[in-house]
Design a protein around this ligand. Sequence first.
Ligand code: BGC
Length: 414
Amino acid sequence: MKKSVLLTSVLALSLSATAAMAQPKAEVLHWWTSGGEAAAVKVLKDEFSANGGTWTDMPVAGGGGDAAMTALRARVLSGNAPSAVQLKGPSIQEWYEEGAIGNIDAVAKAEGWDELLPEAIADQMKCDGAYCAAPVNVHRVDWIWGNSKILADAGIDAPTNWAEFNAAAEKLQGMGITPLAHGGQAWQDATMFEAVAVGLGGPEFFRKAFIELDMDTLKSDQMKAVFDQMRVMRGYVDDNFSGRDWNLATAMVINGEAAFQIMGDWAKGEFMAAGKVPGKDFTCTSPSGGAYLYNVDSFAFFNVDGEDAIAGQQLLAKLVMGSNFQKVFNLNKGSVPARLDVPMDEFEFCGRQSNADLNTAIDQGFLLPSYAHGMALRSAQAGAITDVVTAHFNSDMSSEDAVAALAQAVANSL
Ligand code: BGC
């Protein structure tokens, strides 16, 4: 037997031995509190309990996770970190650099994660080359959700680019229908902004602006056009948009109070939790011309004492990467599995489309990390961009002033 294989088997044995002796327990901090999200997290809770674990739930409401991250910092500062935390992208590395999270490489090696995950996702789960987080899914951010009945009654096809979206919205507005359900919270403004940016500017523009933070791109005419479109979108929302939670905006589309929502596919989880059928009751189109903005949810494991807590971390890490879990969780969550080998035949229309688009985007080099959902940039840079986006959306700031402010805010954050 090769040395590495032998080592992996020994680790696997010792992991199961530890798990057998200890009583796995986990305190899990997450922000999955909407209907679809709660249904998804219940799959994990149930599986953890079925495998002998004791789950202590620490949900922190607030879409996009800003409130959860504030709660996390308070817990870590008081020396009482939760054992498992929903964390994403570069913030995993930020916490690792602070010495707060440990590695779960033994579980990853025993379970063969390197062979199961796309390389780009595996890399984001590693700290100094060892796994320090476990991915549960791949969400797509750049979606336009539409109410099928409203669109059919108005004789409108689901839009696949921003020009079509504007034409549809103008027509609906003329008919007295609110075109766009939006929740005026900074992270939702940012979600819409990046979908507009990738659709209008294409993948290279997006990469230069929001991954490389290239100053010329941030100040470009193309970026001005993105802010122009944001101003147009502002004209499509209802008067009560300010502060609205994302799932309440989704409910407006579900209930026929508005035609569209621009949101990641956790919104699909809401439609489905309400009994709506993808492709029949609601439409899912992307305005991105083949690009795919991805957002991976993962769990990181904070340094905690006690055999039970450590056994809980190991059990949870193993379970979230299980094939059946990745299928059932994602059927509820609206996302697709992070594992490459999970069959997609039980997924519905929009899920299968997402999975197919994901694979095409990987082949074409159009798979892009979402800046708005913490996948592309460190928190200081992402926050600097979002501050400008939301200030522009909620005022009469010109696009010229917005790009100047954007470049300045990014430069100050570096
Ligand atoms: C997370 C999703 C979550 C959404 C709304 C995103 O940042 O990745 O899992 O459903 O925020 O809270």
